[in-house]
Design a protein around this ligand. Structure first.
Ligand SMILES: Cc1ncc(COP(=O)(O)O)c(C=O)c1O
Length: 381
């Protein structure tokens, strides 16, 4: 554990607590809660004694059925074609299950940089090595660099699209190339799709498990945390090749026994409401995103911010020499605005910050971004 970085969000959280009035552009959360129908049904379920007992390890029949329908409709994934679904306590757990299921200690897992920090942490906890591979200047995959990083120790390539921390939506062609490479080299493609519905403009989300033949080497991770304002209920799910079923269920049984029953009941109701719930919020986020990009653009040439099409993040590069952790602390203490330093996401070749705008509503966004812009100008003047 000494080799694993400490979670960054609690560190930032502590600085925020010490600086009342700080606007957080730090944590990757949405500002809305679950559909009311999900909360109502959970309340009713409290009276049922079965809610309080262990249930099926892989998840309830009702929830898995709802997930299978959704996968067919929204992702083009036909589970009957040789895949399994397991409900987990969030997509982070699904990812950890995946890493434990496909690796042995000493193996390598390829992570495009910047990466989602928990992905690197899980690889290290499994006794494996995360192999960082650069992305291009718009944070798109560099498939040639990924190819060059594959060795006999490589067990998987991870892609996160739409991406945390950059907001980039990877092109279908690049995901197809990664998928083909995995098939040819006999390794797994772990696809984190927790932001699948957070797409703007003409961009399109693509699920690599839907590519012909890809179900044999693809592990797809999904979550209700963002789409349905469900983060505290801890419901995610993974879709993976049948050949991994024993391995995944060993981990699931050891770590979780069964997914939280009350949360699964609420999740079925949320999925019945469907992605229209989230699309309505994404529509509002699109306006916020326009404000964020317009304001941050005013920082050029001090900062570079590629416009991206997904999630609710942007990844800002400061074109100056500075320690991002120190700057992040000063932004909070002196300018009362919080962002996450890029070093937490493996971007150590410069001074980067992730700006998260999912928790903001229109009235707070202008103030928060205004403080960030003013703070960066001041610190780098
Ligand atoms: C890329 C990515 N994967 C997984 C998660 C965690 O999702 P969950 O709450 O379902 O564990 C997050 C949360 O920020 C994320 O950004």
């Amino acid at each position: 554990m000494d080799a694993v970085q400490s979670p960054i969000v609690p560190i930032i959280g502590e600085w925020i607590r010490q600086t009342p009035g700080t606007i957080s552009l730090g944590q990757g959360v949405v500002h809305y809660g679950p559909p009311p129908a999900a909360v109502d049904i959970a309340r009713e379920a409290l009276a049922n004694p079965d809610t309080h007992t262990y249930q099926d390890g892989a998840g309830s029949r009702a929830l898995i059925g709802a997930i299978e329908d959704k996968l067919r409709r929204d992702n083009g994934i036909e589970v009957a074609r040789g895949s399994c679904v397991t409900v987990t306590a969030g997509a982070n757990m699904g990812y950890f299950h995946a890493v434990l299921a496909v690796t042995e200690p000493g193996d390598d897992v390829i992570l495009p940089v910047p990466f989602y920090f928990n992905h690197e942490m899980a690889i290290q906890m499994a006794g494996c090595t995360a192999i960082p591979v650069k992305t291009d200047e718009r944070y798109q995959l560099d498939v040639d660099a990924i190819r060059r990083a594959i060795t006999s120790r490589t067990r998987a390539i991870v892609t996160v699209s739409p991406n945390n921390p950059t907001g980039a939506v990877y092109s279908e062609e690049s995901l197809r190339q990664v998928s083909r490479e995995c098939a040819e080299r006999g390794i797994y493609h772990i696809c984190d799709e927790v932001y699948e519905y957070f797409i703007y403009g003409s961009a399109r989300h693509v699920s690599p498990a839907a590519f012909a033949g890809a179900e044999r080497h693809t592990i797809s991770l999904y979550s209700l945390s963002k789409a349905y304002g469900f983060a505290g209920w801890r419901i995610g799910y993974m879709v993976y090749p049948e050949a991994l079923a024993d391995a995944v269920m060993k981990v699931q049984d050891t770590v979780l026994v069964c997914p939280p029953v009350i949360s699964q009941i609420a999740a079925v109701a949320a999925m019945e409401v469907g992605p229209a719930y989230c699309r309505h919020h994404v529509h509002a986020l699109a306006e916020i995103r326009d404000i964020v990009f317009a304001e941050l653009r005013s920082l050029e040439p001090l900062c570079t911010v590629p416009r991206v099409d997904g999630a609710f993040y942007c990844f800002l590069r400061v074109n100056a020499d500075a320690d991002p952790m120190t700057v992040a602390e000063r932004l909070i203490r002196e300018h009362r605005v919080a962002v996450v330093p890029g070093s937490a996401f493996g971007s150590t070749d410069g001074c980067y910050f992730r700006v998260a705008y999912g928790a903001l509503e229109k009235d707070t966004v202008a103030e928060g971004i205004g403080r960030l812009v003013a703070g960066l100008r001041r610190i780098f003047s």
